[in-house]
Design a binder for this molecule. Structure first.
Ligand SMILES: C[S@@+](CC[C@H](N)C(=O)[O-])C[C@H]1O[C@@H](n2cnc3c(N)ncnc32)[C@H](O)[C@@H]1O
Length: 316
């Protein structure tokens, strides 16, 4: 079986999310091709693993890859925010939850759904067939202002307005159908010398479109809260993020749950009744070492944060 994706920070994840007892349950909320899952199942021989993914095609690859562990695994085709919100009643509470955010090398290199401009593919970018709006719809139908906002907010693209203007001017003549058409248009709009260091001028816009199509940031925010709700007390949650927008959400969430009281500092007496529900294990995010960075380029932007659940959170 050809596998396109190398799991990032594998030694760090294996050690920080190591089971503390026998027959523990781990939820891999972003199973992908099962790279992390296979490592955990191999190393920890009584561990049970639930794996889910929004993408049915990649989930099938993982199922085949993990077939040897059928007795210790279960799979769900689901968005992680929905999965944790409606956590299956017949599953134990997990001891460990792993999120390895974003998309897999499989999506960039193999899926043919237009995640990368290195190949010329139809503009789609949907992880799941269930989504109605594709990147093609956004690029060809959204008003210029909304398009510019997406590129600015989700891609941190400083020249979002110029790009949006060029997209709208071009689509009045003919629709923008493929990744290459869009990438070349962005390159022309920004001028050949406009580069962010070594990255292609279209990189940020492609990231923005993918995040918008799949609602990635909104799903992450609600998934963290819902996952904390089902995690066992003393259980661990690890999150690997790949860009600052994701990492900020994780960092803020962990910090907010690590505080006992959220009343304004000038208030003499606590009225919020806040309790500290998470302890942060990784004071600073764990990043890849030199060896991994040179062998697996996507690891260069990976940041792992881990926290332990201290007690149940009181519902508001
Ligand atoms: C970086 S890959 C995971 C790679 C995996 N850890 C491995 O080592 O093979 C992220 C996976 O999460 C899935 N995904 C992204 N957002 C999701 C969401 N909101 N709910 C469920 N799956 C999601 C993607 O389809 C992708 O397969």
């Amino acid at each position: 079986m050809d596998i396109a994706h190398y799991p990032v920070l594998k030694d760090e994840v294996l050690s920080l999310l190591k089971p503390r007892g026998r027959k523990e349950l781990m939820v891999d909320a972003t199973l992908g091709e099962g790279g992390h899952a296979v490592l955990f199942l191999e190393r920890y021989t009584t561990l049970r693993l639930v794996g889910l993914d929004a993408d049915a095609l990649i989930l099938d690859i993982a199922k085949r890859r993990l077939a040897a562990y059928a007795e210790r695994t279960r799979f769900y085709h689901a968005w992680f925010n929905a999965f944790f919100k409606d956590y299956p009643g017949d599953l134990d509470e997990p001891d460990t939850i792993l999120f390895d955010l974003g998309i897999s090398m499989y999506h960039f290199e193999v899926s043919g759904r237009g995640f990368s401009f290195r190949n010329d593919e139809p503009l789609d970018m949907r992880l799941s067939e269930g989504l109605e709006t594709s990147a093609h719809d956004i690029v060809n139908q959204y008003p210029e202002r909304e398009l510019a906002n997406i590129l600015f907010e989700l891609g941190e693209e400083k020249r979002s307005r110029e790009i949006a203007r060029s997209i709208v001017a071009r689509r009045q003549r003919a629709p923008i159908d493929t990744t290459r058409e869009l990438a070349e248009l962005i390159e022309r709009a920004l001028g050949p010398r406009y580069r962010y260091g070594r990255i292609h001028p279209a990189t940020r816009s492609f990231q923005a479109l993918r995040i918008a199509v799949n609602g990635e940031l909104v799903r992450l925010e609600s998934a963290l809260q819902a996952a904390l709700g089902v995690l066992k007390v003393n259980g661990r949650m690890g999150v690997i993020s790949f860009h600052s927008l994701e990492d900020r959400i994780v960092k803020r969430f962990f910090r907010a749950k690590n505080k006992s009281c959220t009343c304004p500092p000038e208030q003499p007496i606590c009225t919020c009744g806040g309790r500290r529900v998470l302890e942060i294990v990784t004071r600073k995010p764990v990043v890849a070492g030199e060896h991994e960075r040179s062998g697996n380029p996507p690891s260069r932007s990976a940041k792992l944060r881990v926290a332990v659940k201290l007690e149940e959170e009181e519902s508001p």
